[in-house]
Design a protein around this ligand. Structure first.
Ligand SMILES: Cc1ncc(COP(=O)(O)O)c(C=O)c1O
Length: 392
């Protein structure tokens, strides 16, 4: 166990911390602001490291790859809590699940080919499986309304494949609650039509609302009002049964911090630069428009010190794009000081371009409820992944 206050001094590389207490409070907050018929499904892709910490606090886990499934198994997450999602489902992985008499998860249907595969495998192993039909949002994901019509209207032909509901996700970081209202309105009408035309009454609507996170200074986002409006929209639906909200960013972001050390300070022409040992391959907020905006960042141990020179903070990749913040007013900083970026709990450690430049992958610490820090991933080199092996 390490003392979290000492981590910046003890840890020689960039690292993340994910605070379990903040995470639990966040889940409790979301639950308290959502309507009664809404349950929570955590999208593991946002941050696999915290999935085990909320195993008893959320109702389900959305899993998008064999790797994510293995992580969840290793964390002891029960299969009945899993939603096996993802546009490409590796056939051998799906066969393994359907063949497994202990598997109790639900599978999403992303294409008619996938649906046929599920039907064939259910038949082959004589197992009843549960599926959600993913409605497309005009992208490569999901299937069309008429294909959903076709499946639900002929469901008696495939009794082993039980359609339990509809899944819909159209994007992340949705600040516009009006957009959500339009989506929910359309989904509600679609569900009503399925019931009228085919007598199909789904047990669940699995919906990814893409709740946003306010990452940058100066953003005007009233989350209380946003969630209240969301609840009003849900309350106005004709569909009254269970809605499972698939959420990643909104659950995970606030529990994470990313720490990176200042390794050089210089002035090129008119610009004052601070170079850090991390960079954009570790810190991915949204859309990588970060250099233009100011994330919530502080210098460890220098809270309250007066702001001095405005400096442009750059990472250590050989890319002119590796600018983390432009013109950030910082106190008097030195080489060795550590910058701490807030809201780094979602996607940062999974979406970063970890292999670029063969740099090391940062360590991960979980900050437990009692405040102690546990290292759950040591930093590791990526050079072996970029070195050709002529002995294969
Ligand atoms: C199907 C699906 N559901 C849920 C999510 C989570 O989205 P967010 O992190 O915006 O909550 C994603 C993210 O890509 C997704 O693809």
């Amino acid at each position: 166990m390490a003392n979290p206050d000492r981590l910046p001094a003890d840890c020689p590389t960039a690292f993340y911390t994910f605070d379990v207490r903040v995470l639990s409070q966040r889940v409790a907050y979301l639950r308290s602001r959502l309507p009664e018929n809404c349950s929570l499904c955590y999208a593991v892709k946002a941050n696999p490291f915290i999935a085990g910490e909320i195993a008893d606090r959320v109702d389900a886990f959305e899993i998008c790859s064999p790797g994510e499934a293995a992580v969840c198994r290793a964390l002891g997450i029960k299969s009945e809590k899993t939603v096996i999602s993802g546009v490409y489902k590796t056939p051998s992985f799906i066969e393994g699940l359907i063949a497994d008499a202990d598997f109790r998860g639900v599978l999403t249907v992303e294409s008619t080919t996938q649906y046929r595969l599920f039907c064939d495998l259910a038949e082959k192993y004589g197992r009843q499986i549960r599926v959600l039909l993913r409605l497309t949002n005009d992208s490569q994901f999901g299937i069309n309304e008429d294909e959903i019509d076709e499946i639900v209207s002929s469901s008696e032909k495939t009794p082993l494949v039980r359609v339990v509901g509809i899944q819909f996700f159209s994007g992340t970081q949705k600040f516009s609650v009006k957009k959500i209202a339009r989506e929910i309105g359309a989904l509600d009408a679609f569900l009503a039509r399925l019931e009228e035309e085919y007598g199909f009454a789904p047990e669940v609507l699995e919906y990814g609302p893409g709740f946003p996170v306010s990452y940058f200074e100066g953003e005007d986002f009233d989350e209380e009002e946003y969630l209240a409006e969301f609840s009003r929209i849900v309350g106005g639906m004709r569909y009254r049964k269970k809605i499972t909200l698939e959420l990643g960013r909104s659950v995970a972001a606030s529990c994470g911090k990313y720490y990176t050390h200042i390794v050089d300070i210089k002035k090129n022409k008119e610009t004052d630069y601070v170079l850090v040992d991390g960079g954009m391959h570790h810190l991915v907020y949204f859309g990588q428009a970060m250099a233009m905006k100011r994330p919530r960042v502080s210098v460890v141990g220098k809270d309250g010190e007066p702001e001095g020179t405005k400096r442009t903070v750059c990472g250590s990749l050989c890319s002119m794009n590796d600018i983390i913040v432009k013109q950030l007013p910082l106190p008097d900083v030195r080489i060795g000081d550590v910058l701490c970026f807030e809201n780094a709990g979602a996607y940062c450690m999974t979406e970063g371009i970890a292999l670029f430049l063969s740099r090391d992958v940062p360590a991960v610490y979980l900050i437990r409820e009692d405040g102690t820090a546990v290292c759950v991933r040591k930093p590791f080199e990526t050079l072996q992944l970029n070195t050709p092996n002529y002995d294969l």
